[in-house]
Design a protein around this ligand. Structure first.
Ligand SMILES: NC(=O)c1ccc[n+]([C@@H]2O[C@H](COP(=O)([O-])OP(=O)(O)OC[C@H]3O[C@@H](n4cnc5c(N)ncnc54)[C@H](OP(=O)(O)O)[C@@H]3O)[C@@H](O)[C@H]2O)c1
Length: 442
């Protein structure tokens, strides 16, 4: 039984992760859940899965009625676990979050008893990543806000099932050495599979899950190129001029994937592909000049790996995130498919095209940020988050997203890109870049 924490449980990846758990109750147990603002949804999930460790990112919810219900749920589920433990059915109850660890103001809103816990604020969410009784942390938070949880999960020796690509974009230079240490520990302690990667960091992004699988059994020195596939988004084929009046509702209508709002906008601007190029660079230690993006509008091929002898391995599957989510949780095993497999007789044709980097400038901007490296991807990512939020709120234009990202990157390059050294340094730079971006929303 793998005991999992789901951070961002009320979102697109979070709810699909819980669906995978529903299908495999004999293999997966949810021990903690965290959400941002949707308290009622979190409560329903906690009740369904009997979860006793809960956290809410938005501290304002601590003063709302739902907080009492969440607290009651945490305590009640805790008592059930304690009773089961007393009866010898389970291990000892876990520590209360309120009782130890790095207490902060946010934790002032924590209520807990011996067995269950409820916390509000960013610290409470990140604390769940280190929960002693958890084996796996699914990081399905959105944005750079997910970086600390990724870092803490690996530092605590958990398997990190990572959907939050921004963790690697912003902090890949910190996360990957931690993942390597965690892999080495897993090998020494016998927690790693006999063959293949040790599995401390499992990508959930479908493209990276695909590459991960294509690389199993291969010699990394014989890999010549990674091909990251892109659907092309809802505006594929448009020129830059034709993108000038795009409304948020149009950009939110993705042709092949059903996702959260931020990643859907990123997919339409191709920033998502740019973030994925940086993610692939870190995950697979691949130089940027050997990572290519190809538009594959059917999204049936999730990515490809090309080898020195000209052979190419592709990963195909139904366009449903529950497949890569489940693989990240089942590795090194494969469990029964969570959705119907691809029916090739119905697939029709597969198309390929080069991305249009003139119309969709964010891809080239992200690639440049990755190539320069250091703290530039952090500034680039923060600017993108601000510009996308402004566009969704009707305060910025679609083409203004790339303009804002470029302006912030230039400002950061002018003041001096630094080597990445710590989470604190990145958090400080992220805050600066957000201020700078707000001045450049247009
Ligand atoms: N969706 C996909 O198909 C997909 C595919 C590949 C990769 N990803 C990546 O997965 C991540 C999540 O994407 P998504 O589409 O699932 O996003 P989403 O639907 O917007 O969900 C985000 C989740 O994070 C929670 N959250 C946001 N800010 C928080 C905070 N400060 N503290 C605690 N919780 C917070 C939200 O809570 P509330 O809703 O309660 O506010 C929600 O549960 C992103 O990095 C994305 O790039 C997504």
């Amino acid at each position: 039984m793998k005991r999992i924490v789901v951070l961002g449980s009320t979102g697109s990846i979070g709810t699909q992760t819980l669906d995978v758990v529903r299908r495999h109750p004999d293999k997966l147990q949810v021990v903690a859940l965290a959400a941002g603002t949707r308290g009622e949804e979190l409560l329903a999930q906690a009740r369904e899965f009997g979860v006793r460790h809960l956290a809410v990112g938005d501290e304002r919810l601590a003063a709302e009625v739902v907080a009492d219900d969440l607290r009651a749920q945490a305590m009640q589920a805790g008592r059930c676990v304690a009773a089961a433990a007393a009866g010898g059915a389970r291990g000892a109850a876990g520590a209360s979050l309120a009782g130890g660890g790095s207490g902060t103001d946010a934790r002032a809103a924590v209520a807990a008893d011996e067995e269950g816990s409820l916390g509000f604020g960013a610290d409470a969410v990140a604390a769940l990543a280190q929960l002693p009784e958890a084996d796996v942390v699914v990081n399905a938070l959105v944005g750079a806000a997910g970086l600390r949880a990724s870092y803490d999960a690996l530092a605590a020796g958990k398997v990190l099932a990572l959907a939050n690509k921004e963790s690697l974009v912003v902090g890949g230079d910190l996360i990957m050495p931690l993942a390597a240490q965690a892999d080495a520990r897993r090998r020494t302690e016998g927690g790693a599979p006999a063959h293949g990667p040790a599995g401390a960091l499992m990508p959930i992004d479908s493209e990276h899950g695909a590459i991960y699988q294509c690389l199993i059994g291969e010699d990394a020195r014989e890999v010549s190129r990674l091909w990251v596939t892109a659907s092309g988004g809802p505006f594929r084929g448009r020129t830059r001029a034709q993108l000038a009046d795009v409304a948020a509702s149009e950009a939110l209508a993705h042709p092949t994937w059903n996702m959260g709002a931020k990643i859907t906008i990123d997919s339409s601007t191709l920033m998502n592909k740019g973030l994925e190029v940086i993610e692939a660079h870190h995950l697979f230690a691949m130089p940027y000049d050997r990572i290519s993006v190809v538009v594959q509008p059917q999204s049936a091929i999730h990515s490809m790996v090309e080898f020195a002898d000209g052979s190419v391995k592709a990963h195909l599957g139904t366009t449903d995130m529950r497949i890569p989510i489940q693989y990240a949780l089942s590795y090194p095993e494969r469990w029964d498919a969570p959705v119907a497999p691809l029916d090739f007789t119905q697939l029709g044709s597969l198309e390929f095209a080069a991305p249009d980097e003139d119309a969709f400038r964010c891809l080239a901007l992200a690639r440049r940020a990755g190539e320069v490296g250091g703290t530039l991807p952090c500034a680039m990512n923060a600017a993108n988050e601000v510009a996308v939020a402004a566009f969704l709120a009707g305060e910025g234009t679609y083409l203004g997203i790339a303009e804002c990202v470029e302006a912030v990157m230039e400002a950061h390059e002018a003041s001096g890109v630094q080597r990445v050294e710590s989470l604190e340094q990145l958090e400080e730079l992220d805050a600066w870049a957000r201020c700078e971006a707000r001045r450049n929303v247009r």
